[in-house]
Design a binder for this molecule. Structure first.
Ligand SMILES: *Cc1c(COP(=O)(O)O)cnc(C)c1O
Length: 473
């Protein structure tokens, strides 16, 4: 009987067995697809509109990896977004550097669970990568950091600690007792993901108090901020914004840091892409004062140009982060021992998210990555200069870094006109932008964040804008 069982379970499903034998050829096919993608990015339309997928039934009998690749290539590979390409200017979207793609492929092949323990170097490489990042962004050694899936989750992790800290100020342990007192948050121009995090954290979207900004700016008015802190005379959370999505405006981090001497608040800085100002001598002044932050958010899948999904959260209060996220199952290790990431992050099992960033930082260094940032900003400036002189468009804000926020020049246009113009741009395929509202005005954003974008791309983009904005009378 025993022998029968062992023979039976020695037989792997024939398709798995075949694929195991064919791994070299399967991976070469995948490589061919990936290479073709990189080589054709320039010819493919920058943006596209796809139809909803038709929902096929679950296959009972499979077809094996190679046939699946063929099926995918034929039916779906041509309908993907070219968001990693050099003229996709929607949202704030980076591509993937060659080294980061290598790292990302290997993450899947090695399939490590980067949750902690010493049975793999994977979490240690995360620790090393965080050390690199602290140096790249000029953060004090005292910060503890880890990878999460995106800036939204980094904001969530920062605000979760801030929430716990507010409780501690009242002598209440929110992490154990629940949110038994209201928590208030002040911010000038918070990203939508801050508000979403407040919902996820049970703090509530309505706990956000929007503080007025400076005239014609998205940066918070410091006097108004101070007035709010004074009026509250209670422990609060302040979310400072280092790089707003519309105009890349920065709150004065140094001045806000100084307010900590007079008022009791937790300072969270959302520097999702603006944090990259630190890595260029030209822009580093915008991040001055960052070390006053109690917690910080910076994205990797935006301006570091590594594949989705990856962002970093940093904290000065590792012990508070542990109190919030500690996972105390008996089989898990001693949480005081670093780096057991599952005691610090929302996830328990964790993708080895550090490796693509580690590859890119080692491959290109600070110089390589700061060149991307400076080139992108230079190109944004060029586009801004053209828009400023154009007959059809006008700038809504000075171009501070990599985002150009502009709109139609004509009087009294509607949001529909913006959307139909953007549809025409998308269908033309030379460039891709997304709409926004800036100070109540329907507008267009061009966010230049891709490592491959050059002045040739700007020329193509400007030509497209010129031609598509021309509507014969
Ligand atoms: C993009 C962005 C976020 C959200 O980031 P995800 O990585 O998409 O979760 C938060 N804050 C700012 C300022 C951003 O630009």
């Amino acid at each position: 009987m025993e022998g029968w069982v062992s023979i039976f379970f020695n037989i792997m499903h024939e398709l798995l067995k075949k694929d195991l034998k064919n791994i070299p050829s399967i991976l070469s096919q995948a490589k061919r697809l990936a290479v073709e993608h990189f080589e054709s990015q320039d010819e493919k339309p920058a943006g596209r509109l796809v139809q909803d997928i038709s929902l096929d039934d679950l296959p009972i009998k499979g077809i094996g990896a190679e046939q699946t690749l063929n099926h995918f290539e034929r039916n779906f590979s041509t309908q993907l977004s070219n968001s990693a390409g050099s003229r996709y200017f929607g949202f704030v979207t980076g591509g993937s550097t060659p080294a980061s793609v290598v790292g990302d492929w290997l993450v899947s092949a090695y399939d490590q669970n980067a949750c902690g323990s010493n049975d793999s170097i994977a979490p240690q490489i995360e620790k090393q990568t965080m050390h690199f990042f602290k140096q790249l962004f000029g953060l004090d050694d005292a910060y503890f950091g880890s990878f999460v899936t995106g800036a939204t989750m980094a904001n969530f992790v920062g605000l979760a600690q801030a929430r716990h800290w507010v409780g501690e100020q009242y002598g209440v342990d929110f992490s154990n007792e629940g949110l038994i007192r209201p928590v208030k948050i002040l911010s000038g121009t918070p990203h939508s993901s801050i508000i979403k995090s407040l919902s996820m954290l049970g703090v509530g979207r309505k706990s956000m108090i929007k503080v007025p900004t400076l005239p014609d700016r998205e940066a918070v008015d410091l006097e108004e901020l101070e007035r709010n802190l004074w009026e509250a005379s209670a422990p609060l959370i302040v979310v400072a914004n280092a790089g707003t999505v519309n105009t890349v405006d920065f709150d004065d981090l140094e001045a806000i840091g100084q307010l900590k001497k007079k008022y009791n608040f937790w300072l969270h800085v959302d520097a999702a892409f603006g944090g990259f100002a630190s890595i260029s001598e030209k822009f580093a002044h915008l991040m001055k004062g960052i070390n006053h932050a109690d917690s910080i958010t910076i994205d990797a899948h935006k301006w570091l140009n590594v594949p989705y999904d990856a962002a970093m959260q940093f904290t000065r209060h590792q012990s508070i982060q542990l109190k919030v996220f500690q996972n105390s199952a008996a089989y898990l290790s001693d949480p005081e021992k670093s780096p057991d990431y599952f005691h610090y992050t929302p996830e328990n099992s964790r993708r080895w998210r550090a490796l693509p960033s580690w590859f890119s930082l080692v491959a290109y260094g600070k110089e390589g990555h700061s060149e991307i940032v400076e080139r992108n900003c230079e190109l944004a400036k060029q586009l801004g200069v053209w828009i400023d002189s154009s007959e059809s468009f006008k700038l809504l804000s000075p171009v501070r870094m990599n985002v150009v926020c502009f709109t139609l020049k004509k009087e009294n246009f509607t949001i529909e006109e913006i959307n139909s113009f953007l549809d025409r741009v998308r269908d033309d395929g030379r460039a891709f932008f997304t709409p926004t509202f800036y100070k109540g005005v329907p507008a267009i954003r061009a966010a230049i964040s891709n490592w491959q974008t050059t002045s040739d791309d700007m020329e193509i983009t400007i030509n497209a804008l010129k031609e598509l904005s021309y509507v014969p009378a």
